[in-house]
Design a protein around this ligand. Structure first.
Ligand code: PLP
Length: 393
């Protein structure tokens, strides 16, 4: 019998990291694998950000900082929220953490009790459910598919809310689907939430800067300003500034909750890396023109990937509104090739086509694959040629 906690036995290792690790092992063994599994930009961190970190080391900025982040970084975050999102937060409403993932972990630990329900629209970023489970809460999954544009409806949300519901996750643009809610769609969800004051809203805006729509970025607190007092806005520098390894995420929310989340963090990691905080401060307050070329590259690759997928037999793919992911359906192709599920499909593609992809079921949606186009056009061309050959042979 198992001596590990029930809590830890209820979770699984992050499947996206597992695919990346497996592809790396096969590559190390000499196989010519093209990996479209990565959840991170392929660009280097911009120089002005690196310079700030080097300067921090030279200046001896190498000690503990305040648990919730340096005053300088917190001010840069407050300014960012004011500039980009029209939100005006006080320093006590901001918490800087070791990546966006820790922000979510802190939130669940500070908010949830055993038996509380957390509403997670599917397909979902893999960690929401497991982080909720680690807090002994119960994820309630709302299914969506390609037909609904991978978005939940107000009716679906209303039907899912119970007296136990404590938290709703919204991730727009979404990892893995690339779908983004419009202001009108968010307003309609807000209409439902207004009737349930006990439900807190977590808007995960991690992909805010990777948006292809003409309409500017909006989250639910923009669409429904009256809901801001019970919204936690989650964001970070990982995806926007190609800084996944630096591990800086941040969030803003109600004072009491942010204080409790800070207490959780003070008993786990303490402050995020002092040097990385200096880098993040530079990222947020420096010249934002570094973002445009990355966005442009993601957009061009997106257009190529989606057009290629739409041409493949038995594959259907909606254009993404943002992120660096496409989430094509392989339902027809799987039926034709008599593949039991998308895990089998992903394994066959890895073994026979030498392309690494994350199966949709990792995100709660069987029959899809997540394709990351955070890689070069050459890699994308090669990978898509191989997938096409696999499907048509
Ligand atoms: N939220 C979403 C939707 C993500 O896709 C990710 C990373 O994959 C995160 C949060 C966490 O980002 P970080 O690397 O800063 O922990």
């Amino acid at each position: 019998d198992n001596y590990l906690s029930r809590r830890v036995q209820a979770i699984k290792p992050s499947p996206t990291l597992a695919v990346t690790a497996r592809a790396a092992r096969l590559k190390a063994a000499g196989r010519d694998i093209v990996s479209l599994g990565a959840g991170e930009p392929d660009f280097d961190t911009p120089d002005y950000i690196k310079e700030a970190a080097i300067q921090a080391i030279r200046d001896g900025f190498t000690k503990y900082t305040a648990v919730d982040g340096t005053p300088g970084l917190k001010q840069a975050i407050i300014d960012k929220f004011a500039r980009d999102n029209g939100f005006h937060f006080a320093p006590e409403q901001i918490l800087v953490s070791v990546g966006g993932k820790q922000s979510i972990f802190n939130l669940c630990q500070a908010l949830l009790n055993p038996g509380d329900e957390v509403i997670v629209p599917a397909p979902y970023w893999v960690s929401y459910t497991d982080i909720a489970i680690l807090a002994e809460a119960r994820p309630v999954i709302l299914e969506t598919g390609m037909d609904s544009g991978f978005k939940i409806t107000p009716e679906q949300l209303a039907a899912a809310i119970t007296p136990q519901t404590r938290l709703l996750f919204i991730n727009s643009p979404s990892n893995p689907t690339g779908a983004a809610y419009t202001a009108a769609e968010l307003a309609a969800l807000g209409e439902v939430l207004r009737r349930h004051p006990r439900v807190l809203i977590a808007t995960d805006d991690m992909y805010e800067k990777i948006l292809f729509t003409e309409a500017p970025f909006v989250n639910i607190a923009n669409a429904c300003p009256d809901l801001l007092p019970r919204t936690v806005v989650l964001n970070g520098v990982s995806k926007a500034y190609a800084m996944t390894g630096w591990r800086i995420g941040y969030c803003a929310g109600p004072r009491e909750l942010i204080q409790a989340m800070t207490n959780v963090q003070s008993q786990s990691t303490s402050n995020p890396c002092s040097i990385a905080q200096k880098a993040a401060e530079a990222a947020l307050s420096g010249d934002q023109s570094v973002l445009a070329p990355m966005l442009q590259a993601f957009r061009e690759r997106h257009d190529y990937v989606v057009a290629r997928l739409q041409d493949m037999p038995g594959v259907a793919c909606r254009p993404s509104q943002g992120t660096f992911y496409a989430f094509p359906s392989f339902h027809e192709a799987m039926a034709r090739l008599q593949l039991a599920d998308d895990i089998t499909l992903a394994e066959r593609l890895l073994e026979e086509a030498e392309v690494a992809l994350v199966p949709g079921s990792a995100f709660g949606a069987d029959g899809y694959l997540r394709i990351s186009y955070a890689t070069s056009m050459d890699n994308l061309r090669k990978a898509l040629d191989r997938i096409e050959a696999f499907l048509t042979r």
